[in-house]
Design a protein around this ligand. Structure first.
Ligand code: ADP
Ligand code: MG
Ligand code: MG
Length: 247
C-alpha cells in the first residue's frame, strides 16, 4: 500500500492567500473526495500535487519520503496523474484516438514503436475504460465524455499509483457519469488511490471513502464518508451562518 500525504500546504497568488495550511492524505484503493465552494482552492491544491503550481510552504511525502514535485514530470514520475477539467488542453485534437492514448509511450518508448503495436496498445487501454471505439478515428470524433475516458486511458499507459480528477462530471449526462464511476471503481479495486474533486454531494456520498472540505484556506471537515452526513458537509462548505439562512 502507498500513502500520499500533504502537510501544511500554503499557497498565495499575489496578496491573496488561497491555502493557509492544508493537510490531505490518500492511500491506495481509497477514493478521497475534495469539496469546497467555488474558489475554495481545490484545483490549486491539486495543481500543487500534480507539479503544475509550486507551493509556498508545506511538505509532500509518499510513503513518508519527502518529495519535491517542482514540475509535472516529477509528479508523473512518482505515479501521480491528473485528469484536468479542461480535457482539450491535455489532448491533441488533430491526432487519432490511438495516437493520443499512446502519447506517453511514443515520447518515452522505443524509437521504432510501430503503428500496429500502437493501435493494439490503444485498444487494450481503451478497453480498460470501457470505450468501444475505433482507435484510428480522429480524436475530434469523440464526445466530451469519451475524451475524458481517453485521457484516463492515456494516464493508464503508465504505472500509476494515484489519479486526480477535477470535477469530471461537470458536463456529463447521468449515464456518462455512471460509466465513469464504474471505471473509477475498477481502478479503486486495482489499488489506485483516487482524488475526486466535486461539488455534487450525491455522487460524493456514492463514490468516496473519505471526504475533505476546504473553506477560507483551511480544512473544515475531514473524515470517512460513511461517518458523514450531507448536512455536515454543507455546513463545512458554506459555514454555519449561511446554512442557518437556508433553514
Ligand atoms: P476551486 O478549484 O476550489 O474553485 P481554485 O483553486 O481554482 O478554486 O481557485 C482558488 C482561488 O485562487 C481563486 O480565487 C482563484 O482566482 C485563485 N487562483 C487560482 N489559480 C490562480 C492563478 N494561476 N493565478 C492567480 N490566482 C489564481
Ligand atoms: Mg472552481
Ligand atoms: Mg476548480
Amino acid at each position: 500500500m502507498t500513502i500520499l500525504s500533504l502537510t501544511s500546504i500554503q499557497k498565495s497568488f499575489g496578496d491573496q492567500t488561497v491555502l493557509k495550511g492544508v493537510d490531505f492524505t490518500v492511500a491506495s484503493g481509497e477514493v478521497h473526495a475534495l469539496l469546497g465552494a467555488n474558489g475554495a482552492g481545490k484545483s490549486t491544491l491539486m495543481k500543487i500535487l500534480s507539479g503544475d503550481y509550486e507551493r509556498d510552504g508545506g511538505i509532500i511525502t509518499i510513503d513518508h519520503k519527502e518529495k519535491q514535485f517542482k514540475t509535472p514530470a516529477d509528479a508523473k514520475e512518482a505515479g501521480i496523474e491528473m485528469v484536468v477539467q479542461e480535457v482539450d488542453t491535455a489532448l491533441v485534437p488533430s491526432l487519432s484516438i490511438a495516437e493520443n492514448v499512446t502519447m506517453n509511450a511514443f515520447i518515452t518508448g522505443p524509437p521504432f514503436f510501430s503503428w500496429k503495436k500502437r493501435h493494439k496498445r490503444a485498444m487494450e487501454l481503451l478497453r480498460r475504460v470501457g470505450l468501444d471505439l475505433d482507435p484510428s478515428l480522429p480524436l475530434s470524433h469523440c464526445s466530451l465524455a469519451e475524451k475524458q475516458l481517453v485521457l484516463i486511458a492515456k494516464a493508464l499507459s503508465r504505472e500509476i499509483s494515484f489519479i486526480i480528477l477535477d470535477e469530471p462530471t461537470a458536463a456529463l449526462s447521468t449515464k456518462e457519469a455512471q460509466h465513469l464511476f464504474s471505471v473509477l471503481r475498477e481502478l479503486q479495486n486495482q489499488g489506485v488511490g483516487i482524488i475526486y474533486i466535486s461539488h455534487r454531494l450525491p455522487e460524493v456520498m456514492e463514490l468516496s471513502t473519505q471526504v475533505t472540505v476546504l473553506k477560507d484556506g483551511y480544512v473544515t471537515l475531514q473524515k470517512e464518508t460513511s461517518e458523514c452526513t450531507t448536512e455536515e458537509i454543507v455546513r463545512a462548505m458554506l459555514g454555519n451562518e449561511l446554512v442557518e439562512l437556508l433553514n
